[in-house]
Design a protein around this ligand. Structure first.
Ligand code: ADP
Length: 906
């Protein structure tokens, strides 16, 4: 139990005892007091009543006697009044007595007897009084004497007896209360005594229990100094109170003190060991100083180390040049020759220790592992230790030691330290040995150098001579370099000339294109008209001639277009207009183009598109169609029986191409050697081919160039006589590649002029006209009586156009140049449409169109520009100058008429 609880319980019970005690004392005193008062009051009252009774009786007796002796009436009356008064008082007294309950039987009988006596006496007195009042005093006196004597005597006696009884009772009560008081005092004394004893007992037991545990603790603590700090006494804790807590705290403290002192001891031991190791180390280090030779070092270290650790056997191995370790010294108390002479790196325990660079410790050596013999006998050591000698991470050697007992911790540690010191020493000795070696070497070398220096002087002389020769050669080279510089300049000049030449070539081609197209224009128009034989006055032969002229003209036009195309591609200035091309659209195009050819030649035309072919290819629609058209034309050209097939399929993923177009024919085929050259410009298999099949030998070169421009290529496979397959591989067009190619080409070609051909337009325009499918007759209807103004300086053209247009019942006026055209326009207000040539003297087509458009009245007048389209961007120029549309020369009449019709209709 806690001391606090004990004290609370002890003091609490003492206070309770005192409280009970005081309450009891107070109660006893109060009871005693009231009892006493009761006794005194009651008994006293009854005694006083008895006394009054006596007094009133005596008063009556006395007054009656005096009444008899009285003479005067007043006196009598006075006496009677007194007697009556006393009687009344007596009556009251009796009443009180009879009502008193505390009377015992005897008293009650006595009181009633007194009462009876008194009543008799009162009756008698009343008789006496009445006798007196009636004047019979004598009679009254005798009566009184007779009667009164006995009665009065009894009454007084009894009253006295009663009074005496009461007095006695009072005395008894008094003595009783005295006794009760005595008892109460005794009780209080005993009670207080007992309480005091109880308090003393409680106090004592509390003090005792506290002091006992305190003593227990203090005794242990007092004796602490006599114990060692590693084994301090503990307090036997039995209580759970505050002293118990102190004891437990003490125990904990003692325990930690013990731990601390143990640790201190360990530290001290370690310091001692460290000191020992240090001094051994210093001792050995001293001995190492001045040793310049490995064997001596080995001997010193082995003898000392073995003694330090009391080993009976030891060997030291030092690393040789290679990976082997050589024994340099051994130690054995008697037998000096122990251990093998050489150990390989990694071989056996020694080799292993060197390889691991880690100390090895073996405590239970097998019997006979090594034997140490002495003069008295031989025994096997039980413990073996191997220590690597290390310097900057390299193992320079290994020390092996053996002894009978296990190596202690401090021994192991000193071995470790010494091995480290030995590393430095060995390194120093090795360095020293090396230096000596080097010294000898350098001496030899310096002798050699002496000889070499002489040789060098000789060589220097030779070199001087060579140098002079070289200088001579350098001079010659310099002259050559100057010559080369001149040649380079010359070449640059030539290069410039070549560029200029290329420019002239392009310009020449442009001019030639124009110059050829203009006469071709009239040639084609007129020959076509002739062939149509509208007047019906030509013979079949003449018609045939006209048709041949027309066909030759068209061939010539094709050739011009091909040459221009190739020239443009070669100059690298061709533009690619890539867009999303529907494969289905390509298919429809070739079908439209070649179905009639197939029919005409009687060669089947197959068109196959694989179902997994991509539906859209991002490329230049016109260029793609141009290539396919070329390949298919060739296929039909060189095939007379069997079939021509266009197979469109999905490209193989590994090739990296999206769509593959194969043109397969069953025609004449191409031999292996010729397959190499067919893509070269102007190539034809042999002279006869062109004669037999026609063609220019440019189609394939153009196709190849175009396919490369679009980022693809063409391959041919063919077996002579068995047909050919031309395959075009294409992917989505990548503008960057093309741009890069253009840049490269641009730098090569410099200022070369780029030429335009109408090949592309011819295709699209032809298509649109095909689709329109306008009958010649309806055209004529719509054109008749319309007024057309032809502006051209070439009379042949004017003539041809006029003839053709008039055939359509159109009215034709013409002007030779721009100026004249404006004049004609002013005079003929009814002109419906103008055909405007571009290349004209004085005022060319562009200027004329601009002048016309300036006038508001001619703002909506249709103007069709006729352009040779030799220069790039001619089309744009035409539209910008105010042309409604354009058509290239030589004019295809059908196209022209359709175009006129369209514009008139608008
Ligand atoms: P050409 O206008 O003469 O046809 P191309 O460059 O288109 O010029 O063709 C060059 C030559 O390649 C042709 O003259 C012909 O000898 C050969 N050649 C081209 N396509 C075929 C083919 N489908 N079958 C056999 N020979 C072909």
């Amino acid at each position: 139990m806690k001391i606090k609880t004990k004290l609370i319980i002890g003091l609490g019970s003492i206070i309770s005892i005192i409280l009970i005690l005081s309450t009891t004392v107070f109660y006893t005193l109060t009871t005693q007091n009231s009892y006493l008062r009761d006794v005194v009051m009651e008994n006293y009252e009854r005694v006083s009543v008895a006394e009054q009774l006596k007094y009133e009786t005596n008063t009556i007796v006395r007054e009656v006697r005096e009444l008899l002796l009285s003479t005067s009436e007043s006196d009598v009356n006075e006496k009677i009044t007194i007697i009556n008064q006393s009687e009344t008082n007596l009556k009251v007294l009796f009443d009180r007595l009879q009502r008193t309950e505390s009377f015992d039987m005897e008293k009650r009988i006595l009181v009633s007897s007194i009462h009876n006596l008194h009543e008799s006496y009162v009756d008698m007195i009343q008789n006496v009084i009445s006798l007196v009042t009636t004047g019979n005093e004598v009679e009254a006196r005798s009566y009184l004497l007779q009667e009164n004597q006995e009665l009065r005597k009894n009454m007084i006696e009894e009253v006295d007896e009663f009074a005496e009884l009461e007095e006695q009772a009072m005395m008894v009560a008094l003595s009783e209360s005295e006794e009760a008081y005595q008892n109460a005092v005794i009780f209080l004394v005993v009670f207080i005594g007992a309480a005091l004893l109880l308090i003393i007992f409680i106090t004592y037991s509390i003090v005792k229990s506290i002091s006992k545990s305190i003593n227990n603790v203090s005794n242990v603590m007092k004796n602490v100094s006599t114990y060692s700090t590693t084994h301090l006494p503990r307090i036997d804790v039995t209580t759970k109170d505050e002293i118990g807590d102190i004891a437990r705290a003490y125990n904990a403290m003692a325990e930690s003190l013990e731990i601390i002192s143990k640790q201190e001891k360990q530290v001290a031991d370690a310091l001692k060991e460290e000191n020992w190791i240090k001094s051994r180390y210093a001792e050995l280090a001293m001995k190492f100083q001045g040793i310049k030779e490995l064997n001596e070092f080995g001997k010193t270290i082995m003898t000392n180390i073995a003694q330090f650790v009391k080993a009976t056997y030891g060997v030291i191995y030092i690393k040789d040049e290679g990976r082997a370790f050589r024994k340099i010294a051994a130690y054995a108390r008697e037998d000096k020759d122990v251990g093998v002479n050489q150990v390989q790196f990694g071989q056996g325990l020694v080799g292993q220790c060197a390889e691991d660079n880690k100390m090895m410790h073996i405590d239970h050596l097998p019997q006979g592992y090594i034997t140490t013999s002495s003069g008295l006998g031989a025994a096997t050591p039980s413990s073996l230790i191997l220590i690597p000698i290390e310097f900057e991470g390299d193992v320079l050697g290994v020390i092996e030691l053996a002894k009978f007992e296990p190596f202690s911790h401090s021994e192991t540690r000193i071995l470790e330290q010494l091995s480290r010191a030995s590393g430095t020493s060995i390194e120093r000795i090795l360095d020293h040995m090396k230096i000596e070696e080097l010294l000898v070497e350098s001496q030899t070398q310096s002798e050699e150098l002496q000889t070499q220096s002489e040789e060098l002087q000789q060589q220097q002389e030779e070199l001087r001579l060579i140098n002079e020769q070289l200088q001579e050669q350098y001079k010659q080279l310099d002259e050559k370099a100057k010559e080369l510089e001149l040649i380079k300049k010359d070449l640059e000049e030539k290069n410039r000339n070549i560029k200029l030449g290329s420019r002239y070539k392009s310009e020449f081609l442009a001019n030639m294109s124009h110059e050829l197209r203009t006469p071709l224009n009239s040639l084609l128009i007129l020959s076509q008209m002739l062939a149509e034989n509208a007047e019906r006055n030509l013979t079949a032969k003449q018609i045939d001639h006209a048709a041949t002229i027309y066909a030759s003209g068209r061939d010539l036009l094709d050739l011009i277009n091909d040459i221009l195309d190739l020239s443009k591609i070669e100059s690298g200035k061709i533009d690619v207009y890539a867009e999303e091309v529907l494969i289905s659209d390509v298919k429809a195009f070739v079908e439209r183009q070649f179905a009639p050819v197939s029919n005409q030649k009687g060669v089947e035309f197959k068109l196959k598109v694989d179902s997994d072919t991509p539906t859209i290819l991002f490329t230049d629609d016109q260029r793609l169609k141009q290539i396919l058209k070329n390949l298919l034309s060739n296929a039909f050209k060189f095939t007379t029986k069997g079939c021509v097939e266009l197979h469109i399929k999905k490209g193989k993923e590994e090739d990296g191409f999206k769509v593959v177009f194969s043109v397969i024919d069953t025609g004449i085929g191409i031999s292996k050697e010729k397959q190499k050259s067919i893509f070269e410009a102007f190539y034809q298999e042999d002279g006869t081919t062109s004669r037999k099949y026609g063609g220019t030998g440019l189609g394939l070169s153009i196709s190849r160039e175009l396919s490369e421009l679009l980022g693809g290529y063409i391959r041919v496979e063919s077996i002579e006589g068995n047909g050919s397959t031309f395959t075009l591989y294409l992917s989505d067009y990548d503008g960057y590649v093309d741009l890069a190619m253009q840049e490269v080409a641009g730098t090569v070609e410099g200022e070369a002029i780029v030429l335009e051909s109408d090949q592309d337009d011819a295709i699209t325009k032809q298509n649109s006209f095909d689709q329109m499918d306008i009958q010649k007759e309806t055209i004529q209807e719509q054109l008749s009586n319309k007024m057309v103004l032809v502006v051209d300086d070439d009379m042949r053209n004017v003539f041809a156009l006029t003839t053709a247009l008039e055939k359509q019942k159109m009215k034709v006026v013409f002007a030779e140049n721009g100026k004249e055209a404006l004049e004609v326009l002013e005079n003929h207000t009814s002109i419906d449409i103008i055909l405007m040539d571009i290349m004209m003297p004085e005022m060319n087509g562009y200027e004329t169109m601009q002048a016309i458009r300036k006038e508001e009245k001619w703002a909506d007048l249709p103007i069709l520009a006729l352009t040779a389209k030799a220069m790039k961007s001619d089309k744009e120029k035409c539209i910008n100058a105010g042309a409604s549309d354009y058509i290239s020369k030589p004019v295809n009449m059908e196209q022209l008429l359709s175009l006129i019709k369209v514009w008139l209709h608008k």
